[in-house]
Write a protein that binds this ligand. Structure first.
Ligand SMILES: [Zn+2]
Length: 243
């Protein structure tokens, strides 16, 4: 009743195509929901190109997965963008639940002990009002029953946003973005790091590198959307970052 009343005076629209939503619809219209560029559910989460690219450096890395394929201007990009810049925390939780519903049967979350959202710096979080990775992780947690851990990682302040950097610079800038929180304890656990988007993977792997200091942890990653970068482009950028 209240939703219907509010819809009449403040119509809600689809976060992707902007058409008006029906009372029963949330955030995205049924057409856009059907057209999401989903990652193939038959993907091997333990051995795909992302894992292959990083496992030699990070032996504790176990699985890497994503719900959608991210491309400039595609609908997944739209949705992530609207989450970041329109301060819509509830949309983030909804996106996490959506991901968990689709992927829970694929083995991606099997044996995971906790979701660890990539933190924002305190400064950035204050500015943005909420952490989009944490909202997504909360949705994953609600749907799967796997707990959330926000007491393990902290993010150093005053690092620039990576979005305008060249690829090679992103690898360079991705080092040492995080630190272990004081008293962080997760011995023997399987932790799944969560972020909204994975592009080069440099930010995610910076967090993996930090958590690797905890004894006997197994680390997996989830991004709501990830880039299908060809391995040539990736390898070239990585090589340049070392020079
Ligand atoms: Zn739509």
């Amino acid at each position: 009743m209240l939703t219907r009343f509010l819809d009449f005076f403040f119509p809600r629209t689809c976060a992707i195509c902007d058409t008006r939503l029906a009372t029963s619809e949330q955030f995205v219209c049924p057409q856009c929901l059907l057209a999401l560029p989903l990652e193939d559910v038959t993907t091997d989460w333990e051995l795909n190109r992302h894992v292959f690219q990083w496992r030699s450096e990070h032996p504790s890395l176990y699985r890497m997965g994503a719900l959608c394929i991210y491309q400039r201007e595609n609908s997944a990009a739209h949705l992530v963008h609207s989450l970041k810049f329109e301060r819509n925390r509830r949309q983030g939780v909804w996106m996490g639940r959506l991901a968990a519903k689709r992927l829970v049967g694929t083995g991606l979350f099997d044996g995971v002990d906790a979701f660890v959202p990539l933190p924002l710096s305190r400064q950035r979080q204050r500015h943005r009002g909420f952490n989009q990775a944490e909202a997504i992780a909360e949705g994953l947690s609600q749907q799967t029953g796997i707990p959330l851990r926000t007491d393990l990682l902290i993010r150093h302040a005053n690092r620039e946003s990576q979005t305008h950097f060249r690829l090679a610079d992103r690898f360079r800038n991705g080092r040492d973005l995080f630190a272990l929180a004081k008293g962080a304890e997760a011995t023997g656990l399987h932790l799944m790091l969560v972020d909204d988007v994975l592009t080069t993977g440099a930010t995610m792997m910076s967090a993996v590198g930090t958590l690797e200091a905890l004894p006997e942890v197994r680390l997996s990653t989830f991004a709501w959307a990830w880039v299908n970068m060809s391995s040539e482009v990736w390898t070239r950028a990585k090589r340049e970052s070392m020079e």
